[in-house]
Design a protein around this ligand. Structure first.
Ligand code: DCM
Ligand code: DCM
Ligand code: DCM
Ligand code: ZN
Ligand code: ZN
Length: 264
């Protein structure tokens, strides 16, 4: 996601934290964030160049046209190093944050960075094309037109759908978008929320569930009926926006649920 997507997910998440998790997050956030998780959820994108090793941790490449995800098969980087993908990163930073209450291990990790990475990566794993095909690099190699502008399909899903919705329906105001998704979480999606929050017994993070949903959504919605040089306009925008809104909602609910389990 771009800045708006990450901001939305982190705003939703911070509003759903337990007392213990809210206190830990407040303690771990850098001072300049002023206890606003949303203001730093894009941080992991800013450090991709400084922390070169981290750039492979934002996505998963799955086999072309298979439309399935398996951790053992797919969670590796371009050099084949195991666990170096967004699902592996979520597991790793979850494990680091679990040392929050043990004084000895706290010195080993920068738990501020762990919180900022985890908050960003639980967002990214919900972007369907961050669990896309290998050869087209999650849609980065598919050139399209977004209305009249040249764009690539990945960027359409990271940013253009959200930005166009903001301009058209929310007066170019991201707070209004956040409010609209919050309202849907408590009405239209209310009976599904418990299911989103769930994770297997005694596991704190469940990224494989999110990645499996992601590649299905990529095949059923993002890649569907798109070819090189397609023009994407109202038909595509209006039919895909509900999927984007759902993924932002699930990302926010699940980031909160994960932090609540970690700091319980
Ligand atoms: N950070 C922090 N406190 C620390 C270490 C890091 O708040 N003790 C945050 C602020 C930076 C980010 O983590 O935005 C990366 O820190 P640095 O640039 O020092 O690597
Ligand atoms: N910074 C910021 N907002 C961000 C990331 C960084 O204002 N999202 C600022 C405050 C930090 C400085 O940049 O003190 C360096 O942070 P970092 O090294 O992580 O980029
Ligand atoms: N990306 C992806 N899958 C890939 C490569 C990149 O999902 N195989 C994502 C990471 C960024 C965006 O696409 O969000 C652009 O990546 P880059 O800047 O590496 O081209
Ligand atoms: Zn992206
Ligand atoms: Zn990212």
């Amino acid at each position: 996601w771009g800045a708006e997507g990450h901001l939305t997910i982190c705003r939703i998440a911070q509003s759903r934290l337990s007392k213990a998790a809210a206190d830990a997050v407040e303690h771990l956030l850098p001072k300049y964030a002023e206890n606003d998780l949303g203001s730093v959820c894009i941080w992991a994108d800013h450090v991709k160049f400084r922390y070169h090793w981290s750039s492979a941790l934002h996505f998963i490449d799955t086999p072309d046209n298979l439309c399935t995800y398996q951790y053992e098969r797919d969670c590796k980087d371009e050099d084949g190093l195991k666990g170096r993908c967004v699902a592996g990163a979520i597991n790793n930073y979850t494990a680091q944050l679990l040392t929050y209450n043990s004084a000895s291990s706290q010195a080993e990790y920068n738990l501020t960075e762990a919180l900022l990475f985890l908050s960003h990566f639980i967002g990214d794993i919900h972007q369907p094309l961050h669990v896309g095909f290998t050869t087209d690099r999650g849609g980065n190699e598919i050139d399209v037109h977004w209305y009249t502008r040249k764009q690539n399909l990945h960027h359409v899903w990271d940013s253009n759908i959200i930005e166009t919705a903001e301009e058209r329906f929310y007066n170019t105001n991201v707070e209004k978008l956040v409010d609209a998704i919050q309202k849907n979480i408590s009405t239209e999606w209310a009976d599904q929320v418990k299911g989103w929050e769930g994770c297997s017994a005694n596991k704190k993070a469940c990224p494989d569930i999110y990645a499996s949903e992601g590649i299905k959504a990529a095949c059923n919605w993002a890649y569907k009926n798109v070819t090189e040089n397609s023009t994407l306009e109202d038909d595509y925008f209006l039919s895909r926006l509900p999927i984007v809104n759902l993924r932002l909602a699930q990302g926010g609910v699940r980031l909160a649920a994960t932090l609540n389990r970690i700091f319980s």
